[in-house]
Design a binder for this molecule. Structure first.
Ligand code: NAP
Ligand code: MG
Length: 402
């Protein structure tokens, strides 16, 4: 059998620890035997980030802009403990943060559903994708603690020196104040990324804020979404048979719980932080959550939502076999390959991506899974296997499908 050809390279961002080990196994066992894999390789492992003074992260993001599709392995975001462990010159910033800032993207997280792992909300038969706005609000706040009587005001000084003031509160005693902001251009990018992703995946888009209470701040989000929708997307949504739906955040959470899933839920920064953890947990496992960063101009970066699974890596280093779940990383590859196939008109590559995902799900539904899933699965004939055995079992099913 001849290998499936590619046209444009994928931007390949390698990473750290256990996911770096899994990365290579996925390529060796599931991709290289079938695809004439074209990638432009960037090593975002911490060792190489440190050697290049993190330049490699910037270069990989620029390459993503150039080619349009990237696939990324989980990477270490250094903390104090990593400084001596990797003999770091600096506590390098989160690669995901750097890449997100360069691509100006929105992150979409979607759970992978399999038979035998039942969501805690039994009506959720389809995935709910959370889109989180990743700029501003409480994440870029300014806070003050007040210890005596006095007046707190919001002051805006324009470039000509004119001041606009709003009273926040006349303090009779001690208290606290917080200043937050957002930008129209960032909210607009977020809105466009959400509308594009909804069209791309043919799913309804929900958006919710607290605009009844926050009549200027949250209301601005609602207005920007509505304006962009009317002007740029309404006709295309109608043509695709999908819907844009705005509601109050309280109403949204109630509807989400009663829903069957199958839509995108756009969330402001804080709502997205909190709700994505709730939704991920309710679907069963962080190791079954995919993540894609979409920029407003249509650039895509696929990854798993989990980290580098450090604890398993240390076991691996001691020579022990681990049972680390590779599903979200496999889906990062299949997502990127499918998108590359779509953009380059390579139907064979798209079909391969579909089969790779089906083979992965079939393996789990046949009862072969890693330990984290075996602990959750209600299947009777389930068997917990190590990392590599799972990938070989996927390959057996993939070969049959090809
Ligand atoms: P983690 O890698 O997500 O793992 C936390 C725990 O969740 C693991 O110890 C494991 O539990 C379970 N788990 C996560 N993924 C799993 C998988 N694929 N298979 C089986 N179990 C899985 O988070 P962490 O250990 O807190 O973080 C490790 C490093 O990852 C940190 O340096 C952090 O900076 C980085 N990180 C990177 C990204 C990214 O690049 N996108 C995201 C988050 C964190 P048990 O140990 O109980 O088996
Ligand atoms: Mg969080």
């Amino acid at each position: 059998m001849s290998k499936i050809a590619m046209k444009t390279p994928l931007v390949e961002m390698d990473g750290d620890e256990m996911t770096r080990i899994i990365w290579k196994m996925i390529k060796d066992i599931l991709l290289l035997p079938y695809i004439d894999l074209k990638t432009e390789y960037y090593d975002l492992g911490l060792v190489h980030r440190n050697e290049t003074n993190d330049q490699v992260t910037f270069d990989s993001a620029e390459a993503t802009k150039k080619y349009g599709v990237a696939v990324k392995c989980a990477t270490i975001t250094p903390n104090a403990a990593r400084m001596p462990e990797y003999n770091l010159k600096e506590m390098w910033k989160s690669p995901n943060g750097t890449i997100r800032a360069i691509l100006d993207g929105t992150v979409f997280r979607t759970p992978i559903l399999v038979k035998g792992i039942t969501p805690y909300i039994p009506t959720w038969t389809k995935p709910i994708t959370i889109a989180r706005h990743a700029y501003g609000d409480v994440y870029k706040n300014t806070e003050m603690q007040i210890s005596k009587k006095g007046k707190a005001e919001l002051v805006f000084t324009d470039e000509d020196g004119n001041e606009t003031r709003e009273l926040i509160h006349e303090f009779k005693g001690s208290g606290i104040i917080q200043g937050i902001h957002n930008r129209d251009d960032s909210i607009s990018s977020f809105a466009r990324a959400c509308f594009n992703f909804a069209l791309d995946t043919k799913q309804d888009l929900w958006f919710a804020t607290k605009d009844t209470i926050s009549k200027k701040y949250d209301h601005r989000f609602k207005d920007i979404f509505q304006e962009i929708y009317e002007k740029e997307y309404k006709a295309r949504f109608e043509e695709a048979g999908i819907e844009y739906f705005y509601t109050l955040i309280d109403d949204a959470v109630a509807r989400v719980i009663r829903s069957e899933g199958g839509y995108i839920w756009a969330c402001k920064n804080y709502d997205g932080d909190v709700m994505s953890d709730m939704v991920a947990t309710a679907y069963g496992s962080l190791a079954m959550m995919t993540s894609v960063l979409v920029s407003p101009d249509g650039v895509y970066e696929y990854e798993a939502a989990h980290g580098t699974v450090q604890r398993h890596y240390y076991k691996h280093l001691k020579g022990e076999k681990t049972s680390t779940n590779s599903v979200a990383t496999i889906f990062a590859w299949s997502g990127a390959l499918r998108k590359r196939g779509e953009l380059d008109g390579l139907s064979e590559l798209e079909a391969f991506a579909d089969k790779l995902e089906r083979a992965t799900i079939k393996t789990i539904e046949d009862g072969v899974m890693t330990g984290d899933l075996a602990a959750l699965s209600t299947l009777e004939n389930k068997k917990s296997v190590d990392t590599e055995t799972f990938l070989r079992e996927v390959n057996i099913r993939l070969e049959q499908m090809l």
